[in-house]
Write a protein that binds this ligand. Sequence first.
Ligand SMILES: [Zn+2]
Length: 280
Amino acid sequence: MIIDAHTHIFPPEFARDRVALTVRDPWFAATHGATSARMATAEELVASIDDAGIAAAVACGWPWRDNGLCRAHNEYLLDAARRWPGRILPLAIVAPTAGRAALAEAVRALDAGAVGIGELNADAQGFDFADPAPLAPLAALLTARGRPLLIHTSEPVGHQYPGKGTATPDRLLPFFQAQPELRVVAAHWGGGLPFYALMPEIAALTRNVWYDAAATTYLYDFAIFRHIAAIVGPERILWGTDYPLLRHRPFLRHTREVGLDDAALAAILGGNAQQVYSSQ
Ligand SMILES: [Zn+2]
């Protein structure tokens, strides 16, 4: 069973209102200002995973700075999950700077079927993982519910790209230290964090962290699947594309060609996501 653990979908009206949204949200303007930046609907996501033989997709909205926009986006995700039960696994988004309103929205969305919260984005939403106190209530809620948090992370080195941001491994560690029981999925290979898991103290700090492969094509040689599996174990890797940024079929083909053994491939392509996103 193959699960894409990292996709983004938008309500059709958000695509129609793209220009107005770029005025309201600077991060969205940076990533989606160009009309060439794709915005997929739930229908398009389901058609794409069907075409590639993928059973289900973890679907994110967008890390809006405005908690009201988060809530509207969550409504669409939760409705899509009701329309395609078991195929669209919705992650709810909240704006951590909204404080109690963010927490209330997280509770509402989890009660309505969200499988976790994410993809939280420090730069987009105006917080800092290196200052973890404001995130504590949300982390406590997720820990109590046995639900994971998906966070955007990025590399401290390498090329610049729209949406890269500054949530680099050094900034993430204080958050993991403050929330040792919270299960976290660090997107985009944790910005390279798992390489440091060869340091015993980093391995200990990140024992509840999983890494997803979202956007690999733009960031790394696909050999990264083998290297990270050798360091942290294949059971800590989730296969995610960042659809619609990347297409399902070629991403799946490249993953199958990296030389993982069958057990590791099965875990990475779906088994791990099933475990992480089932309630614990
Ligand atoms: Zn991301």
